[in-house]
Ligand binder design. Structure first.
Ligand code: AMP
Length: 210
């Protein structure tokens, strides 16, 4: 089964690449950040705890993440793109036992470009679709292409939280990429290239097209 894990620094465009794959091929796009943000919006008992981590740019504790993932994985037999998971060694251990992963894809981007992109990032206030004023702008300024609702900036896309998230990526998530490299299942993509080019290269590398 062609299950994929997407790694990349914030702003590397992994969410955009996942969306492009979903549009053409049958994948379940598991975007953990979006799942967490929708729980925050629901105002259920867990919302405040989760919000307190996200707003500071900290990782949400593993037990919450694994419980959420377990619930989401039930009742879906499609192949999966894990976007934003695993981010810790414990999460990687869970994944290894739970689901076979065919490839991990690392979207490689330097920090300076990532920071520039993050300040141009926008999110639909209604359906969570991602935009970027530099590389993936909406058709009508400040409005979602899909549902027409206003676009907003993410609350964790401010300088301090961004720096915290990038630091955590280097400290906790980057070592996981090496695990896939050791198993020969890692694909590296140059995330400075335009989204369409990356998409074309990616579908060849993961053998969706020859
Ligand atoms: P993202 O949209 O992927 O940038 O994630 C936004 C925020 O959600 C992160 O900064 C974390 O606070 C939280 N988050 C997302 N995925 C995970 C994960 N796998 N483990 C822990 N926290 C996560």
């Amino acid at each position: 089964m062609l299950n994929l894990v997407f790694f990349g620094i914030q702003g590397s465009g992994k969410g955009t690449q996942a969306d492009m794959l979903v549009q053409k091929y049958d994948f379940n796009h598991l975007n953990i950040g979006n799942l967490l943000r929708s729980i925050v919006k629901e105002k259920i008992p867990e919302s405040r705890t989760i919000h307190s981590y996200i707003s500071k740019g900290e990782l949400v504790p593993d037990d919450i993440i694994l419980c959420l993932l377990e619930k989401t994985l039930q009742n879906d037999e499609r192949r999966i793109i894990f976007d934003g998971f695993p981010r810790t060694l414990e999460q990687a251990g869970y994944l290894e036992k739970r689901i076979p992963v065919k490839y991990a894809v690392s979207f490689d981007l330097d920090e300076k470009t990532a920071l520039k992109r993050l300040s141009a990032r926008r999110l639909c206030s209604n359906c969570n679709t991602d935009y970027n004023l530099l590389i993936k702008p909406p058709k009508i300024s400040d409005k979602c292409d899909l549902c027409g609702h206003p676009l907003i900036q993410r609350e964790d896309d401010y300088q301090e939280a961004i720096m915290r998230r990038i630091k955590i990526f280097h400290q906790r998530t980057k070592p996981l990429i090496a695990l896939f490299e050791e198993n020969d299942t890692l694909i590296r993509m140059d995330a400075t290239e335009p989204p369409d080019i990356i998409h074309q290269k990616l579908i060849r590398r993961i053998e969706l097209v020859k």
